[in-house]
Design a protein around this ligand. Structure first.
Ligand code: ADP
Ligand code: MG
Length: 721
């Protein structure tokens, strides 16, 4: 008989929890170590290398990293030797090539340093070969058909531009080597390889553009800083919610009387238990060289955010993956579970990941409006490249964040809509409109004046008041891609951003050359790009229905579901742009399409099974027991000649709900069979049918007595931590 005793015990336990005390590490001098001392202790950073490697070797390695080249063998031998000594000194017994398969998280397979010497003695060894490459096999990772089982070998190889680090376990440590993961034939099987290729592409395209504008240029790097949103739920509750445990989100749960309507959580005081958790997370991140910078409460109750200081895109992405991992690990010590899902709770905000992106060269941010006219023209050219990229490949950008979880966010009036548009702010919009209207094009000199010195520096100021409803927002000196899902690896959307901006830059470079290559030609090319991309600029409310209509009239795509979005990956134009910039081959692109589609179908399947399990094992028995008890009571009252109308009324309500639950549950089963493996049908029929089942369950939650409802309710999950 379902009852609420376990739930009530959980409530009592959660209410008795105390913040965990976290000790700051103490140095050799007996004093608490400050952040400067902690920072990067567990990474084999450039400073560590400078310290541990012979000078000429270090110089070679630094140059290899700076130029983004592959490591040659003799160099690897020296580095392997030094890193092993360092790692063993810090208690490492194992090493692993740490890589990012297409599953959204990270993967590792540990190997011991242990080996036997010729004399048969156990020793610790780590060679250059082991550093450069490893063959984890790992044939169970999704490859979208690129690896048939007989050719299942996959290789991992160190990405020297990302520092090695040590992951501490409770009883021993592991040296992690950030790696790419490729097939025997050199096809990308991970998120990192295309990201690195796209960084090379944007470097090339940006330098060509700068040269076309008459500037000298050094290496251009894409930079990324990801703001990470997450929920914290007490472990005691989590253990009683099979949906959270299996599907990562609640598939049932009635609205509490108070949701986020009062906005009292956002930026509010951080609860002491949570603060203590955050402090331990930050401490671990500092050790790993991840510059955790901001922490705060987010909009929904129990929702929080962590943002680091940005880095080169591949390192920024690694950092985001490390942040997710550390959040998960440390949470357990505080009796929390971190929920990374895009939509863990209905009717309150879900979680995203704002991918802050820019380009920089020689320490200069190319999206920083400068003080000189020349700098401003450069800024406008880069801005126009982004606009042109989003205009032409908005659908692809949408596809890069497509997942079942994210479908609940995008377009649900809490996150940017599924329509890709760019917000620039008032000042920049005025400037762009001026340029497209032709008011700034009479002579090169006048052009300089109109886009000029006084107006652009005001841009940063203008952007203090942001438009939260835009998927791609310019925020003063960078773009913020806000449609990324919280559980997603940001490598893929960043790869797409880099690629489409490269294409925008290439186009503008060509236009400049075609128009003669002088200053007037540069302004004309910028103008042409701004005119072509006018439709994609939008300053209004992205949540409004009006925008949906407007966007349609402008020819912008509104790809509401994952399958619709994924179809973009099949377009010839998309295949061409990836091929042209050397980011993905047609086979690699197809494999990504297949993997994303498969993940979508699997996620829906898991939710369907979880919901069925909850209905059959918990909700239906509770509702039937409630009805039975009321019926017995009603009969007893009637036998005594007493009024039993209230009982009868409740029985009738329960009866209707239970019957509806049965019918709707059966309907899901039939629709799922009819949809089969057709993702579009699943999205259009099964997903809405699941919501229908849920609606009845949530209704029943209000009809069954509290003492009989075993699942922790939203009001408990969200308001008692
Ligand atoms: P806001 O979103 O309010 O502007 P921040 O200035 O703190 O907040 O930036 C948010 C994130 O953007 C941080 O992770 C930050 O490091 C990152 N960021 C700032 N500048 C850049 C840049 N040039 N390139 C990439 N990311 C950046
Ligand atoms: Mg932000």
């Amino acid at each position: 008989m379902p009852d609420a005793s376990a739930r009530f015990s959980a409530v009592a336990l959660v209410n008795s929890r105390q913040p965990r005390r976290v000790q700051r590490p103490v140095g050799a001098n007996g004093k608490v170590q400050d952040v400067g001392e902690l920072f990067g202790q567990k990474t084999f950073s450039l400073e560590q290398m400078a310290d541990k490697l012979p000078r000429p070797i270090f110089k070679q390695l630094a140059a290899t990293i700076e130029e983004g080249r592959q490591l040659d063998h003799p160099l690897a031998v020296s580095v392997a030797h030094a890193v092993k000594d360092w790692a063993v000194e810090q208690g490492c017994t194992h090493f692993t090539h740490w890589f990012q398969p297409m599953t959204g998280s990270t993967a590792e397979k540990h190997d011991a340093f242990l080996t036997f010497s010729k004399a048969g003695q156990a020793i610790e060894r780590f060679t250059g070969d082991m550093l450069i490459q490893s063959e984890p096999d790992a044939s169970s990772f999704p490859s979208g058909g690129m690896r048939s089982t007989f050719e299942a070998r996959g290789y991992t190889a160190w990405d020297p531009s990302s520092p090695m680090f040590i992951m501490e376990g409770e009883s021993g440590s592991t040296l992690c080597i950030p790696s790419v993961f490729i097939s025997y034939t050199g096809h990308a099987l991970d998120q990192k390889t295309p990201l690195l290729r796209s960084m090379a592409a944007v470097n090339k395209a940006a330098q060509k553009l700068l040269v076309a504008m008459g500037e000298t240029s050094e290496r251009v790097v894409a930079t990324v800083g990801c703001e990470q949103e997450y929920f914290l739920i007490d472990r005691a509750y989590w253990a009683l919610r099979p949906d959270l445990a299996i599907a990562g989100r609640t598939v049932v749960g009635a609205n509490p009387p108070k949701g986020q309507s009062l906005d009292d959580h956002y930026f509010g005081a951080i609860p002491p238990r949570v603060l203590s958790f955050m402090q331990e997370v930050e401490q671990e991140l500092y050790l790993l060289g991840v510059p955790a910078k901001t922490r705060h409460n987010e909009v929904a109750p129990c929702q929080f955010e962590l943002a680091p200081i940005f880095r080169e895109a591949n390192v920024g992405v690694d950092h985001n993956q490390l942040i997710s991992e550390v959040l998960r690990r440390v949470a357990l010590r505080h009796d929390y579970k971190v929920i990374m899902h895009e939509k863990p709770f209905a009717n309150i905000n879900g979680s995203g990941k704002h991918d802050n992106w820019s380009l920089s060269t020689g320490g200069k941010n190319l999206l920083d409006p400068g003080k000189q006219p020349q700098e401003n023209t450069r800024f406008l050219a880069v801005l126009a490249s982004v606009l042109l990229g989003v205009q032409r490949y908005g659908g692809l950008l949408r596809a890069s964040v497509a997942s079942h979880g994210n479908d609940f966010r995008l377009g649900a009036n809490e996150a940017p809509p599924a329509i890709m548009s760019v917000f620039l702010g008032e000042t920049l919009t005025r400037i762009c409109n001026g340029i497209t209207a032709g008011t700034s094009e009479r002579t090169p000199d006048q052009a300089k004046l109109t886009v000029g010195v006084e107006t652009l520096p005001a841009v940063a100021q203008d952007n203090t008041d942001r438009n939260r409803t835009s998927p791609v927002a310019f925020t003063g000196n960078k773009f913020e891609f806000r449609a990324v899902g919280s559980s997603q690896n940001p490598g893929w959307p960043t790869t797409v951003l880099n690629t489409i901006v490269s294409e925008g830059m290439d186009q503008i470079t060509t236009w400049i050359a075609e128009a003669g290559g002088d200053k007037a030609a540069v302004m004309a090319a910028i103008r042409k790009a701004l005119i072509e991309s006018e439709a994609v600029r939008f300053e209004g409310d992205g949540y409004s229905d009006d925008w949906v209509t407007q966007a349609q009239a402008k020819g912008l795509k509104n790809l509401r579901t994952t399958p619709e979005a994924l179809d973009e990956l099949r377009l010839e134009s998309v295949e061409r742009v990836f091929g042209k910039h050397g980011v993905l081959s047609p086979e690699e692109l197809l494999s990504r399409f297949k993997v994303q589609e498969e993940q979508y179908l699997t996620a829906v399947d898991i939710e369907r099974d979880t919901l069925r399990l909850i209905v059959n094992e918990t909700v239906m028995p509770a509702a039937l027991a409630e009805r039975g008890e009321l019926a017995i009571g009603a009969k007893a009252l009637a036998d005594l000649g007493l009024d039993c109308s209230i009982e009868k009324e409740r029985i009738a309500l329960l009866n209707q709900a239970v019957l509806r639950l049965k019918t709707r549950g059966d309907a899901v089963g039939e629709l799922a069979v009819a949809a089969g493996h057709d993702a579009h049908k699943v999205a259009d029929t099964v997903v809405p049918a699941l919501a229908e089942v849920r609606a009845v369950v949530d209704e029943l939650e209000g009809l069954v007595s509290d003492g009989r409802w075993p699942l922790p309710k939203y009001r408990e999950l969200l308001f008692t931590i």
